[in-house]
Design a protein. Structure first.
Length: 258
């Protein structure tokens, strides 16, 4: 990491005092087909009303500025490329990534993020990854379309407790492709001794709202963020305002196709 972007200055507080992430669970997306991880995180943040506590000043992600993506009615609060949300009562932190990594900087990005994770003393990390359903092998065509990769026996038990099965060895190279952010994060977490669980969802590109909800359900079963009754059926999801453009966007002008 360049000196001007030292680890100690990566996290920028939005308001209040500096947060402590000690023993938190960190949940973040891997930008991939359908943006399913990002959809799931925004849904959980919106439904559980998790406050944004800051941002990451990370030089390897494209800059982005937009209107608030989560509030029911956008009030002009600025959204940026890397936002940090935390629910202190549950010790769960979300890192929402709203812009892609700059081409050629996947390794640098993974290195800086995992170094921050290590120095902030997160207890464990859950990475949400969607992957192309077209690469499935025959045995994956039926049944659950979710799998997991784990670097920890504790997280393996957690994943199995919510009904996930390990990713088949024959699919690993296709799902975790060489040079990707996901591959680099996995390798860095192994090197640094960080407990990592990758939740893998086979999807097709299109309207991926239902995939986002399914992924949010799995994360919620692991964290109990959105309900206390013990039944996922009791969740009343509150869709973030940014989903409005996915569901109700105006039709394209016909003149574009003439």
């Amino acid at each position: 990491i360049n000196a001007e972007y030292g680890i100690e200055s990566m996290f920028v507080v939005a308001q209040g005092e500096q947060a402590s992430f000690y023993s938190d669970t960190l949940i973040l997306p891997s930008l991939s087909i359908g943006n399913v991880g990002q959809l799931a995180i925004d849904l959980l943040i919106s439904t559980a009303e998790i406050p944004r506590i800051g941002f990451l000043n990370e030089p390897n992600v494209l800059p982005l500025v937009g209107n608030d993506a989560v509030s029911e009615k956008p009030d002009g609060t600025i959204a940026v490329n890397l936002e940090v949300y935390r629910l202190s009562s549950s010790k769960v932190t979300f890192l929402q990534q709203r812009a892609p990594v700059i081409k050629g900087r996947n390794t640098a990005f993974a290195s800086s993020i995992t170094t921050w994770i290590k120095e902030a003393q997160f207890a464990q990390v859950i990475l949400l990854l969607s992957t192309n359903a077209a690469i499935r092998v025959d045995s994956q065509l039926k049944g659950s379309q979710m799998r997991f990769i784990s670097t920890s026996d504790t997280l393996t038990s957690l994943a199995e407790s919510v009904g996930l099965t390990p990713l088949e060895d024959e699919s690993y190279a296709e799902v975790v492709k060489k040079g990707t952010v996901t591959m680099n994060i996995i390798e860095q977490c192994k090197s640094l001794g960080i407990k990592l669980l990758v939740v893998v969802f086979f999807v097709s590109e299109g309207n991926n709202i239902s995939d986002g909800i399914s992924t949010a359900n799995v994360v919620n079963k692991m964290t109990n963020l959105c309900y206390s009754s013990g039944s996922s059926d009791s969740i009343k999801w509150r869709f973030p305002n940014c989903w409005g453009s996915l569901q109700e966007g105006p039709p394209l002008d016909r003149i574009l196709f003439l």
